[in-house]
Design a protein around this ligand. Sequence first.
Ligand code: TMP
Ligand code: ASP
Length: 250
Amino acid sequence: MDPAHGQLLYEGKAKRIFHTDFDDRVLVEFKNDATAFNALKHQELEDKGRINCQISAHLFELLEAEGIPNHYLSLASECWMVAQRVEIIPLEVVVRNIATGSLCRETPIAEGKKLLPPLLDLYFKDDNLGDPLLTESRLLKLDLLSSKERLEIEKLAFRVNQLLKSFLEKLDLTLVDFKLEFGVNKQGQLLVSDEISPDTCRIWDKREGDNKRRILDKDRFRQDLGGVVDAYGEVLKRIQGVSSKPRNCS
Ligand code: TMP
Ligand code: ASP
């Protein structure tokens, strides 16, 4: 059942954000919609919203336990979470441990090359512009961040990478790359926001040698490999095997 919520504040491709009775809190509904290539490809995948909501809750709690500030407060139901209201900074912060995806399409860097130290790419979050990769000087011209915020975002993104990478490693999962979004709350605090799920991470199964079968993330949808929800469910199952249930607000 949907939790009691106020007016719709924002609807994105995979989530809806609603007002609550508290000015500084929102309710986030995880949708079953899967999109790729700037929504040119779209499909409803039953149960995806629930799985991504649960995975995100687990991973945000992991971040919190390590003192990494994030917007998550609690689960409100299986597909809904309560989060701090933030102003999203229009940046997609991508950390890559292994070369694949757009990095290999846009450069001669070989598919599967280990990236040590990890590579951090910043993209301007704008669907109409196709989320373009930013150069250092374009980022400065856009004037989206102070240099202190920029440093803080990079530091936090690398810390999230270390934490998630070693957590997933223990579950026989390889964190290939992922995208984070950051927001600023009413108090001016910088918080990891949005979601952390197989929609926004590339995750490979170490127990599977086959290059396609090992994919447990949205690349299954992007590449028409099938078994998208089963793959996401496998990630959730392994996480649930080692961590306690995410807290519930009720
Ligand atoms: P990329 O290789 O396509 O640039 O993707 C890098 C990472 O960012 C990958 O884990 C998928 C994630 N990502 C998103 O979460 N949203 C997006 O719109 C895109 C393009 C990638
Ligand atoms: N999230 C983006 C879209 O919906 C792209 C992607 O994840 O591949 O189009």
